[in-house]
Ligand binder design. Structure first.
Ligand SMILES: *Cc1c(COP(=O)(O)O)cnc(C)c1O
Length: 387
């Protein structure tokens, strides 16, 4: 029988490898087909032939399978896939109505920051930006601003700050704020924000969940499927229509099959590179929560298990020019934005975000892939030797 993954006691790696629930009981197929139909017929009495098949903006067998798998990984009750990570961010943001307040962690993913600034301004929503890594001051901001939604990113991109999810959630509850965590840089295998008191967890599935840099997607998972926030988000996905395409859902489910292996390798490579770079004479500082020298290492170690993610930032000794020189000399690391793919990427965020962002000119963000560690080390070493 096809296995019900929701009640399964199997480990996440096993559920992932099986694509979230065994073979198709009708055909025995080990992998699911791509459902291409957008609409489904009714019988002579005008009853749907299959009650869960009406129109594919509402639902789709492959979305459901993928969503159930992700909900299980997150220890959540329900998930919804979106057409991109930003479509997922937007659906969550829209739970706040004009006149409401959003408290946003400062210095996080630039797309989220830009979107929320514009969205709040256009819709008469107050936006407060504050450093969530400082629990006491962030807690004060929650108490003073009484937000409807608190948005944090753990670990944050590109500064790799680590917010205390449990600590923040305890301050959200008394004011009735919904706590949403973007855990894209961690993956559900190493960080489960819902277990730490968050209400919602969001991922850009474009990144490590798919892992092959070949689709755009987003996903939100809830701790409580009957909450007002989730009722709204579920309805918004269907009505606003930012649904994932079936081909993308199929690719995502295929990518997820190897998530366990990829995360293990990427996280091990990242930690080894962070340790190597930390003592490198051309490096001023490495920002990576797996390092004992990281400000929030103990907190990260308590919140995460099985690794610290594949994202890190490094500050090279020198200025913007030295950083750009080093980046130009890399051969294995590809110069491109994004993260979480099997291939290692490097980015000079200052060039993208500009001076007003406050990003240091000598900062490089690395997304570490699954390549041989020796090749990654040698590539960084030769590029840094040139500056
Ligand atoms: C990429 C990213 C997003 C946005 O996701 P898209 O799939 O590009 O729309 C949001 N948050 C984080 C942390 C990201 O890295």
């Amino acid at each position: 029988m096809a296995q019900d993954t929701r009640n399964s006691r199997l480990h996440p790696e096993t559920l992932l490898a099986h694509g979230g629930g065994g073979f198709d009981p009708a055909t025995g197929a080990v992998t699911p087909p791509v459902p291409t139909a957008t609409t489904f017929v009714r019988d002579e009495a005008y009853e749907l032939i299959s009650p869960s098949h009406l129109y594919s903006r509402d639902d789709n067998t492959l979305f459901r399978k993928t969503e159930d798998l992700i909900a299980t990984l997150e220890n959540g009750q329900e998930s919804r896939l979106f057409a991109s990570g930003m479509a997922a961010v937007a659906a969550v943001a829209r739970i706040v109505k004009p006149g409401g307040t959003i408290l946003l962690q400062s210095g996080i993913y630039w797309g989220t920051t830009l979107f929320l600034r514009k969205h709040c301004e256009r819709n008469g929503i107050a936006l407060v930006e504050s450093d969530a890594a400082d629990l006491q001051s962030f807690a004060d901001d929650i108490t003073v601003s009484q937000p409807d939604l608190v948005w944090i990113e753990v670990p944050s991109n590109p500064y790799l700050k680590v917010a205390d999810i449990r600590g923040i959630s305890e301050h959200c509850k008394p004011v009735g704020a919904v706590l949403a965590v973007d855990a894209t840089a961690a993956t559900p295998l190493v960080l489960k924000p819902l277990d730490l008191g968050a209400d919602l967890v969001m991922h850009s599935a474009t990144k490590a969940l798919n892992g092959h840099s070949d689709l755009l997607g987003g996903v939100v998972t809830t701790r409580d499927k009957d909450s007002d926030a989730w009722t709204f988000i579920r309805e918004e996905r269907k009505l606003a229509g930012a649904v994932m395409g079936s081909f993308e859902a199929w690719l995502l489910l295929r990518g997820l099959r190897t998530l366990g292996l990829r995360v293990e390798r990427m996280n091990a490579n990242a930690l080894a590179l962070a340790e190597f770079l930390e003592t490198h004479p051309k490096i001023e500082k490495v920002l990576y929560p797996g390092l004992a020298s990281h400000k929030a290492h103990t907190l990260a170690a308590g919140q995460m298990s099985g690794g610290y993610g594949s994202l890190m930032s490094i500050l090279v000794k020198g200025s913007k020019e030295e950083a750009l020189k080093a980046v130009g000399d890399l051969n294995v690391f590809q110069r491109a934005t994004s993260l979480g793919g099997v291939e290692s990427l490097v980015e000079h965020r200052y060039t993208i975000e500009g001076e007003e962002s406050g990003i240091p000119g000598n900062m490089l963000r690395l997304s570490v892939g699954i390549e041989h560690l020796g090749d990654l080390k040698a590539d960084l070493d030769q590029a840094l030797a040139e500056i």
